[in-house]
Design a protein. Structure first.
Length: 126
């Protein structure tokens, strides 16, 4: 079962007042753990605009090639990122587009929280 399927099931069950099975909860928690590393979010942000090779990703996130490759492997094993070989280069891309929706939802929530806090503190936007 993919994460997208698990989340769709979770939404349907929530609307019906049902709860997730322990297995489904474990799947959701595993996906959030995978996305819990800041460098992985940065890699996804870089891949949002289209595929990039590993060297481009290393430069974009300011890390080492072994570290970037390790995090890309984790994202790939989770089915979030895909890869293709072209000669000596490896190109990565987002394989599970639902991760972008999740990131948009989280970013929107954070934006709303920051705006509410700023309003409560009387901070004006420039």
């Amino acid at each position: 079962m993919t994460m997208e399927t698990a989340c769709a099931i979770m939404n349907v069950m929530a609307k019906k007042g049902m709860t997730l099975t322990p297995e489904a909860v474990a799947m959701v928690a595993a996906r959030f753990r995978i996305l819990g590393e800041p460098i992985r979010i940065r890699l996804l942000q870089e891949l949002h605009g289209g595929e990039k090779n590993v060297s481009e990703l290393v430069a974009a996130v300011g890390s080492t090639q072994p570290n970037v490759s390790k995090h890309l492997r984790i994202l790939q094993e989770a089915g979030i990122v895909g890869r293709r070989q072209a000669g000596n280069s490896v190109y990565c891309f987002i394989a599970d587009e639902s991760v972008l929706d999740l990131c948009d939802t989280v970013c929107g929530s954070i934006r709303d929280q920051v705006a509410a806090t700023a309003k409560a503190l009387g901070v004006r936007r420039r």
